[in-house]
Design a protein around this ligand. Structure first.
Ligand code: CAA
Length: 387
């Protein structure tokens, strides 16, 4: 067992940290306040290779491994969690599944513009009545002879407004409900109309949209993987994506911990720094311990994925623990700062708002517990279908 990062992993971690400290962190409060999507930033990240960190060089990526990409997400999220999710969805939820499930023509056509950051990617699975129960989606792809005509609405689509490539899931089996009969399609930005810009509790530098696809006709070249096997594409994609969201939670919490620790050393009460009080020391000790635990779960899951080994259970554990830890510990950071923590003078209230979503998207904590329980109990049959 080796707990050291490789020189290449350290290098990409430091590169991202330095860039994030210089170009992201100083603007994060303003982007949050003004709900501004920093479009130009993604061109700069692309120049550094960070819009395709773990994509092969032959497809326009930086050729780093999956753990390196996870380190990138952690560092970006430490500076601004909205930037973290934009890059996470773009990479793990769109570019990687096209690379994994696409045929040669699809890979060489769709992956390079994404890996080079010329297009942003969006993952369109969720619908108004298909969130945790993703298999209940109703977007239709009706056969036309030469391909399909796609019609439907999707909700809470990260990057929707700015995306040039959508990985979109639709039923190719008529309207039978359930996971079977779902197929995955690669659509262009022009195939999609954005109908709503969601206003959120946090992550205000990212965009979250409702979209519609209105009878768009596509050829067979747009079908990713096999017809009727799209749900597996979605689930396998989320298995990896969840590790990225877990890394995001770790990054946010690291930022909160850094602020709380420094504040505790500076702030004086009853004639001494509050870090001298055991009540504060215990909070910082817990934060540090839980951060370590979450990070180790995240890196283990990333390592397993990188080895091509099963990681469904480990990714779910990493996301579940890291996201709940982030919610708990960003609240503790506010508590250490007291009244200041509740104001916009310090960034910890933003970390707290941003942390909450990590317990919800890419599968709620309840869904992560379901996935873990199925694994530890060796359940082959879907629990949900049994009621
Ligand atoms: N890998 C590959 N295939 C898998 C799989 C996995 N991890 N998990 C399930 N499958 C396959 C099953 O083998 C099955 O295939 P067959 O029918 O061929 O046998 C099929 O998928 C259906 O599986 P289940 O019967 O287990 O499906 P289910 O209806 O019981 O639901 C679920 C399973 C785990 C609850 C799933 O619906 C789920 O993960 N829900 C949460 C959805 C989610 O995470 N949404 C996130 C939205 S994206 C997002 O948030 C992005 C963002 O903005 C940040």
């Amino acid at each position: 067992m080796d707990f050291e990062l490789s020189p290449e992993q350290r290098e990409i971690q430091m590169l991202t940290r330095e860039f994030a400290q210089a170009e992201i962190e100083p603007h994060a409060a303003e982007w949050d306040r003004e709900h501004r999507f920093p479009r130009d930033l993604y061109a700069k990240l692309a120049e550094l290779g960070l819009m395709g960190a773990c994509l092969p060089e032959e497809y326009g990526g930086a050729g780093a491994d999956f753990l390196s990409y996870i380190l990138v997400l952690e560092e970006l999220s430490r500076a601004d969690a909205g930037v973290g999710v934009t890059v996470a969805v773009h990479t793990s939820a769109v570019t990687l599944p096209i690379l994994t499930f696409g045929n040669d023509e699809q890979r060489s056509r769709f992956v390079p513009p994404l890996a080079r950051g010329e297009h942003l990617g969006a993952f369109a699975l969720t619908e108004a009545e298909a969130g945790s129960d993703a298999g209940a989606l109703r977007t239709r792809a009706d056969p036309t002879g030469r391909g399909w005509r796609i019609t439907g609405s999707k909700q809470w689509i990260t990057n929707g407004t700015y995306a040039g490539t959508f990985l979109l899931f639709a039923r190719t089996d008529g309207q039978t409900p359930g996971a079977r009969g779902v197929s995955a399609f690669v659509l262009d930005g022009e195939h999609v109309r954005v109908t709503r810009d969601e206003e959120k509790l946090g992550l205000n530098s990212s965009v979250t949209n409702d979209i519609v696809v209105e009878g768009v006709e596509v050829g067979r070249d747009r079908l990713l993987h096999e017809e009727g096997k799209g749900f597996r594409v979605a689930m396998a994609t989320l298995d990896g994506g969840r590790i990225g969201i877990a890394a995001q939670a770790v990054g946010i919490t690291q930022a909160a911990y850094d602020v709380a620790r420094e504040y505790a050393k500076e702030r004086r009460a009853f004639g001494r720094p509050i870090a001298d009080f055991q009540a504060i020391q215990h909070k910082l000790a817990n934060m540090s311990m839980e951060l370590d635990a979450a990070r180790l779960l995240v890196y283990r899951a990333a390592w397993l994925k990188q080895q091509g080994r099963p990681h469904t259970e480990e990714g779910a554990k990493a996301k579940l623990f890291a996201s709940e830890m982030a919610r708990r510990q960003t609240a503790e950071a506010i508590q250490i700062l007291g009244g200041y923590g509740y104001t916009k003078e310090f960034p910890v209230e933003r970390y707290y708002r941003d942390a909450k979503i990590t317990e919800i998207y890419e599968g709620t904590s309840e869904i992560q517990r379901l996935v873990i329980a199925r694994a530890v109990l060796g359940l082959k049959q879907p629990v949900l279908a049994q009621g």
